[in-house]
Design a protein around this ligand. Sequence first.
Ligand code: SF4
Length: 239
Amino acid sequence: MVTPIDEFGTQVCVASGVATAKAERFQLLVAALLSSQTQDPITYAAMQRLHQLGEGGGGLTIEAVLATKEERLDELLQPVGFHRRKAQQLKRVASILRSRHHDDVPTGLDELLALPGIGPKIARVILLLAWGKVDGIVVDTHVHRLAQRLGWAGATMDPESTRRELEDWIPRELWGKLSLAVVGFGQAVCTARNPSCTSCPLAAECPSAFKIQPATRMKMKKPPARLEKEQQRGKSNSE
Ligand code: SF4
């Protein structure tokens, strides 16, 4: 089964034939930063536009971001969620990587968390994909939802709390693989609004199986009688 994360996830957002390992790591960081509050295909499309940056289309590098005006970056990012703020963050991240990290992505969680726009989830994704380092389970919205539905973690709104609970009992050697596998499963099978319990291989074990109401279209409320009369009057006046 091919899921959105397989086709459009952060790991496939690097340009083909990227010149150096440093540039590849930077592109992974940028894709991870853009991915928050944004669907994978939208992030992927924005990354394709960013790959055209640089003199003569030299690609998405720290130099290219520093040389590009923030307004232009903002244009290229749209319709990524919070594109204006992310364009700002991208400029600041590029500048910090240049001045403090020898033009490279840091290798430590704390250094990544010190960068603008990088929270715990994004920092762990970057460590995993850019450096192959596993520093905890990546709990995004899909992993969080699945953990709740399957009873893998207690009811909480806080993804960090879910992460700590999962890490208490899931063997460390599975943390990296689990993050990617569960995200794909959440996108394709156990979706937020209409989980496919009938075809789910986990249904027999899942305490939430067949208990989640499919999303329904919002019904328009009938307007109060006074408004209805006014609307009818307005309609007949315009006819
Ligand atoms: S049985 Fe339904 S709720 Fe449970 S994991 Fe599968 S799709 Fe999700």
